[in-house]
Design a protein around this ligand. Structure first.
Ligand SMILES: Cc1ncc(COP(=O)(O)O)c(C=O)c1O
Length: 227
């Protein structure tokens, strides 16, 4: 996934080239979910696997309208590949099994007309949300957070043992003036069991003032957490 969910990591051109080399050497497919490709920050550009010369038969992009146009729930996604066999097989599967919703198809087609300026404005907004979230989180004692280069998520390490229990406690037992925060425990995103147990994913899809309030609630929660 590039840029990544849950980390917001953006692969460099060099990293894609290294992956391409391995893929070609061993005759593999390189499947990249690029649904966040417009959302790259700090002047960094997304380098798609489809841009990599010589990877035409190996590259499969997974894409969707849901993030690009804030149309989550539209259920319109697609595969992109220059490998004709892959597309032929995917079409057979799609015709046999799938039925994308009609209204979402119409809306998704209309969304393709969105001017480029929309993404400039959106990117600016996400950058300022990211900056506020990361700077607020960094002020909390025992919290470690990286600066994401794309998408709209970050992984934060918290001074707790088990993020599953903490996330549940936040929802069931904690509030500040009737409000709490919901975090996604990060362990489920790791391929290796036991990693990320003290980490959570936070999405910066809220307004800036709400993000500041959310981090304040998290700070109070970390102080009050018994476990
Ligand atoms: C990397 C990635 N791909 C795809 C999706 C979802 O796409 P869709 O809404 O089309 O199912 C998400 C949503 O969280 C995502 O993070």
């Amino acid at each position: 996934c590039n840029p990544g969910n849950p980390t917001g990591y953006l692969y460099s051109r060099d990293e894609i080239k290294k992956l391409a080399k391995i893929v070609k050497k061993y005759g593999l497919f390189l499947v990249a979910d690029e649904v966040y490709r417009e959302f790259t920050y700090d002047g960094r550009e997304h380098y798609s696997i489809i841009q990599e010369e010589g990877l035409e038969d190996h590259a499969i992009i997974v894409d969707s309208v849901s993030k690009r146009y804030s149309m989550c729930g539209a259920r319109i996604g697609y595969l992109v590949s220059k490998n004709k066999e892959v597309i032929k097989t995917a079409i057979k599967f799609a015709q046999a099994r799938l039925s994308p919703p009609t209204y979402a198809q119409i809306a998704a087609e209309a969304a393709l007309e969105t001017p480029k300026s929309y993404f400039e404005a959106i990117k600016e907004e996400y950058v300022s949300r990211r900056d506020i979230l990361i700077s607020e989180l960094s002020k909390l004692e025992g919290v470690v957070v990286a600066r994401p280069q794309g998408a709209f998520y970050c992984i934060a390490q918290l001074p707790i043992k088990n993020a599953d229990n903490f996330a549940q406690w936040l929802l069931e037992e904690f509030n500040v003036d009737g409000e709490t925060v919901m975090v996604a425990p990060a362990a489920g995103f790791y391929a290796t069991a036991g990693l990320g147990t003290n980490q959570v994913r936070i999405a910066y899809v809220l307004e800036k003032e709400d993000l500041i309030r959310a981090v304040h609630i998290l700070k109070e929660a970390l102080k009050a957490y018994p476990g």
